[in-house]
Ligand binder design. Structure first.
Ligand code: NAD
Length: 316
């Protein structure tokens, strides 16, 4: 298997041969976001507030759109009540958000960010459609946590992988949860991604007030490659009796100056999500150091998924 450095070097070299009509980030006048869940809604709201661009928010479920927009209202009202923004700014952000259930409404988007569930075939299908629907200069970005960007880009070629017209404009903008709070975004190029696409993605995320890191298209990218083995190791420490829950969380919280310990963090992320990312790291690298903890597997089997299910390492 190639090391991350080799993957990165190879994709940088290959990028010289790709072409795209990507426009500079400053010329992104309309954003499209697909998926109005936790991540998509956050991305749409931040774009409306920080970059002040009109955002078309597409979701296949009108109930999700309604729920997402109601949540956006709540976040804006909270910002106003805490005097972080004025009522006029909240109103301006709200009017920039246009909900839709039709992907065809992204026909005039300059930049699209996909944030639908982590199901490869679903993302491949959406990117195939975006390549047909969006203008040729539009950047097509994914918020995937673990799926290869190269594979997603390949789904835009219509069966002709050597034609990089569409695949060169696919990139990942991997936002962190919750999007309005977390500043970091990792930007990942696939093998086909052009240098202009990468540049535009970095610059657009900066327009959203984010701090960007660039990662190779390698399992887990940067954030999860580092974070998930840390969480997994904390769970192994619990399972093998090296320490109890409170000792593990207390030493990491108070010893490394993070807001919460690894077990509490795992509960917030969702133990099913942690397990699926560990499985990707394990299977894609074949390296036993990424083997998911047995306790983590058992907790997911029990339906104890953390905060969202009311029970994880803590009760909610
Ligand atoms: P979510 O389940 O909260 O939201 C997904 C939304 O997509 C739902 O509203 C759903 O109705 C909609 N959807 C489903 N199929 C669709 C389709 N065909 N067309 C349009 N909309 C569709 O998911 P999320 O937590 O926001 O995650 C979205 C993506 O972001 C995933 O790829 C995930 O891995 C990634 N991600 C999640 C987190 C996190 O902490 N939740 C962090 C970083 C990245």
């Amino acid at each position: 298997m190639m090391s991350a450095r080799q993957v990165f070097r190879l994709s940088s070299r290959m990028r010289c041969f790709s072409s795209t009509a990507a426009r500079p980030a400053a010329e992104v006048k309309r954003l499209g976001v697909i998926g109005a869940g936790q991540m998509g809604l956050g991305i749409a709201l931040v774009a409306a507030q920080k970059a002040q661009v009109p955002v078309t928010l597409v979701d296949s479920s009108s109930a999700s759109l309604e729920k997402g927009l109601a949540f956006a209202e709540k976040l804006l009202a909270k910002d106003v009540s805490k005097q972080r923004i004025t009522q006029d700014q909240a109103d301006a952000a709200r009017t920039l958000l246009t909900p839709s259930t039709k992907i065809e409404d992204l026909a005039s988007a300059d930049f699209v960010i996909e944030a639908v569930p982590e199901i490869p075939e679903l993302k491949f299908d959406i990117f195939g459609k975006l390549a047909q629907i969006c203008p040729k200069h539009a950047i097509l970005a994914t918020n995937t946590s673990s799926i290869s960007i190269t594979r997603i880009a390949a789904s835009t070629t219509g069966g002709n992988p050597t034609d990089t017209t569409n695949s060169s404009r696919v990139v990942s903008t991997h936002f962190m949860n919750p999007v309005p709070v977390q500043k970091g975004v990792e930007i990942i190029s696939g093998l086909q991604t052009s240098a202009e696409t990468l540049e535009t993605a970095v610059a657009f995320c900066k327009r959203l007030g984010k701090v960007t890191s660039v990662s190779a298209d390698s399992p887990g990218f940067l954030a999860n490659r580092i974070l998930m083995p840390y969480i997994n190791e904390a769970i192994i420490c619990l399972e093998t009796g090296v320490g109890d829950r409170d000792s593990i969380d207390a030493i990491m919280k108070n010893g490394t100056n993070v807001p919460m310990g690894p077990l509490q963090l795992a509960d917030f992320i969702g133990l099913d999500t942690c397990l699926s990312i560990m499985k990707v790291l394990h299977t894609e690298t074949g390296d036993s150091k990424y083997r998911p903890s047995v306790l983590l597997r058992n907790m997911v089997d029990a339906g104890w998924l953390g905060k969202k299910s009311g029970k994880g390492f803590y009760d909610y």
